[in-house]
Design a protein around this ligand. Structure first.
Ligand code: AMP
Length: 215
């Protein structure tokens, strides 16, 4: 199972991806999380990437492609993986196709989670993320048991630097201009599955499972 989860920022791709990865026991490749981890660990790539991330801009295709290329070389990706937040541009999609071709494989499905802009803004303002494990919470709909503390690992919860109003606006603009064209790209390949993201978390997941079951 080699799948890609797409959707505008705040559509729930991170939380849904986490559940898929957990249920199917497949490795997750989240470029956003990899950049944030590298930043936390003071790695040069993380420090460079955060300059773009905090303003809601995309990290360069070169840096991002290289990050994924190295990650795909690890043995655990041979049978299955879930890509979350990569590719985000047509250039990245073409690069990914090249990497997969070299591995003698291809994507099985692209899950696209759809949502309206109103819902996206509301979700991102209230989003909190665990510093340790990356789990996401919502201050109204998915509250942690203890305020500011992760239910899973007791890590500290924080608001992402790019979840500010200005940054969210910019990320949505970039999604529209740079990432949305990818939907056409994958639709033409016949592997795009649209999922309504404006439902409860469990209903969205159930719809995703219907797609995964038939792969
Ligand atoms: P995410 O956690 O997927 O929302 O990603 C957070 C931020 O990391 C994005 O807004 C970008 O600045 C950066 N980023 C993540 N994935 C990519 C990518 N595939 N290409 C470029 N920048 C990325």
């Amino acid at each position: 199972m080699k799948i890609l989860v797409m959707g505008p920022p705040g559509a729930g791709k991170g939380s849904q991806s986490a559940k898929i990865v957990d249920s199917y026991k497949i490795p997750s490749i989240s470029t956003g999380q990899m950049f944030r981890n590298a930043y936390e660990d003071n790695e040069p790539i993380g420090i460079e990437a955060m300059k773009y991330i905090k303003n809601g801009e995309l990290v360069s295709d070169e840096i991002t492609n290289e990050l994924v290329r190295l990650r795909l070389q690890k043995n655990d990706t041979e049978r299955s993986f879930l890509l979350d937040g990569y590719p985000r541009t047509v250039t990245q999609a073409v690069a990914l196709d090249g990497m997969l071709k070299k591995m003698g494989t291809d994507l099985s499905a692209v899950i696209n989670i759809l949502s309206s802009n109103d819902v996206l803004f509301e979700r991102m303002e209230a989003r909190r993320v665990c510093k340790e494990c990356g789990a996401t919470y919502h201050l109204v709909f998915k509250k942690p048991v203890v305020e500011g503390v992760c239910d899973k690992c007791s890590g500290e919860l924080y608001q992402r630097a790019d979840d500010t109003l200005e940054s969210v606006k910019r990320r949505l603009e970039i999604y529209e201009t740079k990432t949305k064209p990818l939907l056409d790209y994958y639709d033409k390949k016949g592997i795009l599955y649209n999922i309504n993201g404006m439902q409860s978390f469990d209903k969205v997941y159930a719809d995703i499972e219907l797609v995964l079951r038939d792969l």
